[in-house]
Write a protein that binds this ligand. Structure first.
Ligand code: NAP
Ligand code: 8YV
Length: 326
């Protein structure tokens, strides 16, 4: 077995402490955020770095990857890996891993919570109570209800399917849009997003980010969703054209929105914060100790498995180990 301590890893950005603490005990771990001069550090240590550890707020672009000529693996903390140039990593034979499945149910739970909060204006109702307004007036009846509403899921993958199961249990019809129609589900498939938005009252976005999904939810989709329509986004902020969303909320083109993700996190447009009907969460869909620890353990297992046995649990398709193709 190779001596793991001889292997140098670089953590890009901040991460759950247990990941760094465990990796530090097994490997030689450097943290880019601790370097006084990150560029000088990379120039000196890049040639020795065999593994990168990244998270959604830490971009791993072509330039960073190429600073590390002996890089073997990029282990990303998060199922979404739009922060990593996985295609470039793949062309260099570098394996990229993410953290699917272990967060699916948690994210689906949060998506349902966000949907109910938004539809029934529960955040605003709580603010009404805390502001001491209840003795003067009851909180107004909500314009929307889950009754008589259909849910359209944009991205019926692992998390989308877990959301769909929960929505079904609420007695609400489900439709979906993916690039590919699924053979294993009975939900209505809409080949276009506008068709899906016209067919439902709640649009639930749970696609990956990146160039292929940028601004999928644009002014046309919001217009198709209509004045009773509600947009929920637990995928990536980049999937929604935020300027078009703000205009649609201002104009009453749609009723409201519930957002866990934003285009420029952690910055959230003031125009969204000002909308009382909009429910805003600070990217917390997977953020329980239970689930984040499971994600962290998967990062550790992928790195340890790779350097001990040349095996990983969860490679992404663009950058898989060679033996997976055999
Ligand atoms: P997944 O199983 O890969 O599902 C992704 C789904 O999106 C697939 O059904 C895919 O179907 C669809 N899709 C991809 N590109 C599309 C496009 N251009 N147009 C329409 N549909 C498209 O991934 P997952 O595990 O469910 O995770 C989904 C995403 O959720 C992650 O990538 C991440 O961005 C986000 N996420 C957010 C949080 C949070 O904290 N808010 C937590 C976890 C995950 P086709 O390939 O057929 O199009
Ligand atoms: C992040 C997520 O991992 O998995 C994803 O794609 O967006 C989240 O679970 C989380 O924000 C880590 O910081």
């Amino acid at each position: 077995m190779p001596e793991l301590k001889a292997i140098e890893l670089l953590m890009v950005g901040r991460m759950l402490p247990m990941v760094g603490e465990t990796l530090e005990r097994r490997f030689t771990l450097h943290r880019l955020v601790d370097q006084a001069d990150p560029a000088a550090f990379l120039a000196a240590a890049g040639p020795r770095i065999c593994g990168l550890v990244s998270g959604p707020t830490s971009p791993v672009d072509k330039a960073l990857i190429d600073r590390c000529p002996t890089l073997e693996i990029i282990a990303n903390f998060g199922v979404g890996y739009d922060n990593v140039d996985a295609v470039h990593a793949g062309t260099r034979g570098i394996v990229v891993t993410n953290t699917p499945d272990v967060l699916t149910e948690e994210v689906a739970d949060t998506a349902l919570g966000l949907m109910i909060m938004t539809v029934r204006e529960l955040g605003a109702a709580e603010r009404h109570l805390r502001a001491g307004k209840w003795p003067d007036a009851p909180f107004p009846l909500t314009r929307a209800s889950l009754r008589d509403r259909g849910v359209g899921i944009v991205g019926l993958g692992r998390i989308g399917k877990a959301i769909a199961r929960r929505v079904e249990a609420f007695g609400m019809p489900v439709a979906y849009h993916n690039r590919n129609r699924l053979a294993d589900v009975g939900y209505r498939y809409c080949a276009s997003l506008v068709e899906l938005a016209k067919a439902v009252d709640i649009l639930m976005v749970v696609t990956p980010g990146g160039a292929a999904t940028r601004h999928l939810i644009d002014a046309d989709v919001l217009a198709a969703l209509g004045p009773n329509g509600i947009l929920i986004n637990v995928g990536r902020g980049s999937v929604v054209d935020e300027a078009a969303l703000i205009s649609a909320l201002d104009a009453g083109t749609i009723l409201s929105a519930g957002l866990d993700v934003f285009a420029d996190e952690p910055r959230v447009p003031a125009a969204l914060i000002a909308h009382d009907r909009v429910t805003l969460l600070p990217h917390v869909a997977s953020a329980s100790q239970f689930t984040r620890n499971a994600m962290g353990q998967l990062v550790i297992d992928n790195l340890t498995g790779w350097f001990e046995r040349g095996e990983v649990h969860t490679p992404v398709p663009e950058a898989m180990p060679k033996q997976w193709y055999l």
